[in-house]
Design a protein around this ligand. Structure first.
Ligand SMILES: *Cc1c(COP(=O)(O)O)cnc(C)c1O
Length: 440
């Protein structure tokens, strides 16, 4: 796969280079130069395949120049070890559960695929690779778990002190070994800024072969296309040939609870390949700079505000440049595919209770934001597909205050909760972070 930078289309790279760099040298984000557009009949043949089969088919289509057949099998086998089932609440409201992996959130898919790819690269090159990543909660957990004990890979996780739920924190601070957690005295935006500063720092770059695992990395983004393909093809009725609705009597509208907009961007890429999705809903909490852009045509990044859907507390979404690039910076073109929507904590809490009372289904605060978007913006003659990005048991403080008897804690969480936190406290400045990176 050939990629270009959103900063400059002439700035191209092969897949391995783009994955190792994370960001392009000009500060842009990598985008695939071409994506094959597949006909409806292609998607229909996928209907009954497993999620991992669909991942393999996607990797064969996109990455056959970059990995051998054996490597593509190895990557799929190591990353896609759990399912992404669709639960239908009623005939036009579906929930795509992306939380059955080791850290109970969708980021497991991207992180595990990237880890499997890195292991292939590290083995081929016989070199140690250092991952530096910022997290508002779930990325750190997914990356730490995905890379734990991966040969030839060291991981440094930067997270904002006191702004990650205690359970989330446990998920990435208790592993030890090749995983180092840096507890930053600052916000998530500070952590993202520090990661960027590490990449620009010559002393760090001389000492370590650095890469990032944030959602800006193309290796995280591509595997996330898989579950859109899985859910949409799985919902296709047998044998229909109605190109207008893409094979659906009721076209599908995907509602994506969003923070850095990696998940939504992956859906847009699948859509570009011809996957029959009518529209996307970009659902956020009070950090609503993208819904504002969609409704007003102006993009104003802001400092992030705290909410109960804390993995979406992002004031300057890193994938927004990819969205702009996909639509050639044409606001009107983007708004014909994407509808913005945002909700505050009070509405989110109400939604959790409403869904529980109406359907007996428990949603986490992030998924509840997606539900609200879907409820408000999916028409009678459409069907909604809500991406459920985390398991509700990851947010016991919020859920137990609303529905004390509803939570069942999965074993993945019990294990993490039993571990001992190991983190290195640092100031929010590059000197402090550099010291840790050069010492460990
Ligand atoms: C990261 C995360 C999001 C936001 O995903 P983006 O790809 O950054 O938009 C939503 N929900 C949960 C639970 C997350 O962990």
């Amino acid at each position: 796969m050939k990629l270009y930078s959103t900063g400059n289309k002439e700035e191209t790279a092969d897949f391995r280079t783009a994955v190792m760099r994370g960001l392009a040298p000009d500060g842009g984000l990598y985008m695939p130069s071409t994506l094959p557009v597949m006909p409806l009949s292609f998607w229909q043949t996928m209907r009954n395949r497993s999620l991992s089969d669909k991942a393999r088919i996607l990797f064969d289509l996109l990455l056959s120049d970059d990995f051998s057949e054996a490597e593509r099998s190895e990557i799929t086998r190591r990353a896609f070890t759990f399912d992404a089932p669709v639960v239908s609440l009623d005939e036009r409201t579906h929930v795509l559960e992306l939380f059955h992996g080791p850290t109970l959130a969708f980021k497991d898919f991207g992180a595990r695929t990237m880890a499997a790819m890195m292991s292939v690269f590290a083995r081929k090159e016989g070199e140690t690779i250092s991952i530096v990543t910022a997290t508002s909660g779930d990325t750190g957990a997914a990356v730490a778990r995905g890379f734990h004990n991966a040969p030839g890979v060291e991981v440094f996780v930067l997270y904002p002190s006191g702004q990650v739920s205690p359970l989330q924190e446990k998920q990435f601070t208790t592993l030890g070994g090749n995983i180092t957690a840096l507890e930053v005295d600052g916000t998530f935006d500070d952590c993202q800024r520090l990661v960027k500063a590490c990449f620009a720092d010559n002393r760090i770059r001389e000492a370590r072969q650095l890469t990032t695992a944030n959602s800006i990395n193309i290796a995280r983004l591509l595997p996330q296309m898989t579950y859109y393909i899985h859910a949409v093809t799985g919902l296709m009725p047998e044998g229909t040939q109605e190109p207008a609705g893409g094979g659906f009597a009721r076209p599908i509208v995907c509602s994506v609870p969003s923070g850095n907009f990696g998940n939504l961007t992956a859906g847009l890429l699948a859509h570009r390949m011809g996957l029959p999705v009518r529209r996307f809903i970009a659902a956020t909490n009070i950090n609503h700079v993208v819904p504002d852009y969609l409704s007003q045509g102006r993009f104003h990044p802001k400092p992030s505000l705290r909410s109960i859907s804390n993995a979406m507390d992002v004031g300057n979404p890193s994938n927004f440049d990819r969205m702009l690039d996909l639509y050639g910076h044409d606001h009107q073109a983007m708004t014909s595919d994407i509808q913005g929507a945002w909700y505050d904590d009070r509405q989110t809490r109400q939604a959790i209770v409403e869904v529980w009372e109406r359907y007996g289904y428990l949603m986490d605060p992030h998924t509840a934001v997606g539900y609200l978007g879907s409820r408000q913006h999916t028409a009678e003659n459409e069907q909604g597909l809500i991406l459920a990005t985390a398991h509700p048991a990851k947010f016991p403080e919020t859920i137990s205050s609303l529905l004390p008897d509803a939570i069942e804690t999965p074993e993945q969480l019990l294990e993490a909760a039993a571990g001992r936190k190991q983190s290195i406290p640092v100031e929010a400045d590059l000197d402090a972070v550099r010291d840790v990176l050069l010492k460990n």
